[in-house]
Design a protein around this ligand. Sequence first.
Ligand SMILES: Cc1cc2nc3c(=O)[nH]c(=O)nc-3n(C[C@H](O)[C@H](O)[C@H](O)COP(=O)(O)OP(=O)(O)OC[C@H]3O[C@@H](n4cnc5c(N)ncnc54)[C@H](O)[C@@H]3O)c2cc1C
Length: 291
Amino acid sequence: MHLPDFNYYQPETLQEACEILGRYGAKAKVLAGGTDLLPKMKQDVLAPEALVSLKMVSGMSDIEKVPGRGVVIGAKTSPNDLVNSSVLHENFMSVSEAAHSMANNQVRNMGTIAGNIVNAIPSADLPPILIALSATVTLVGPVGSRTLVLEDFITGVSRTAIAPDEIMEEVVIPEQSTTGSAYFKFGLRHSGALAVVGVAAAVTMQGSLVRDVRIVLGAVAPTPMRAKKAEEILRGKNVTDDLIAEAGKSAAVECKPISDIRASEEYRRDMVRVFTKRALRKAIYLEQSES
Ligand SMILES: Cc1cc2nc3c(=O)[nH]c(=O)nc-3n(C[C@H](O)[C@H](O)[C@H](O)COP(=O)(O)OP(=O)(O)OC[C@H]3O[C@@H](n4cnc5c(N)ncnc54)[C@H](O)[C@@H]3O)c2cc1C
């Protein structure tokens, strides 16, 4: 398996990168860690005329808590940066845990948060927990930047709202009262396996009352999907084991899994039921032990 020929660019600024992307349109691709892009090129799935590397563009690799904004994560941040971030450990441990569930150590060092999001495969591990935490993404283009809610950014299998001449600059988890969040992934191996099912939950509690809840399911629909009926079962109610079980059943009905080589539709639905309960229980426990 060989890489096809392509023109390679290493711009030093985002503006320069956008300008090169603009010249090629859909025939160019941004290259970050290359863990998705290069295998696809070797397998003849993609053959871009040009790769625009972000390697020499400075910045975009910090994770910071910014007052008034939340936790700001640079687009070039690797999964292992997320795993090891003290800012995330203090604020959103669930994001570190989701990153730790990805791939293997080499891929976690090479890959990036933006690559995981823009690649937009249904089993990606970071989007569900980031959507549960209401994350936004900022895109830089030739005429400025725009910010989108991540939930709306991923539009289909390998499809997003990004334009060919735009680059993702940062991901922001906004300030929020919730601290209770969790991500549970089921893969066929402990390491290096894509999610068969991934479930993220984020809750805001007032004593035993569920003030707000977001449940996001991964690998069981073309895009990460909110289990909105399951959320409604819990929102505004005093939490009980029965309600959590009901929410799990609802999520299993709401999801839209396929049968493939890794699991049948029925199995995925049952795992959604089980993992929704687990994610909710952990998120609620964490939220209650914080307050
Ligand atoms: C062995 C192996 C195991 C894996 N296991 C998992 C797993 O368990 N869970 C999981 O979720 N993923 C997994 N992956 C997929 C992959 O590693 C991740 O999705 C990774 O985060 C991709 O990041 P990257 O920087 O390497 O992306 P790249 O390959 O560089 O890019 C991917 C896509 O994103 C675009 N892109 C990248 N950065 C930007 C940017 N800043 N702005 C605009 N577009 C951008 C590229 O143009 C390309 O279309 C695995 C991959 C491998 C090879």
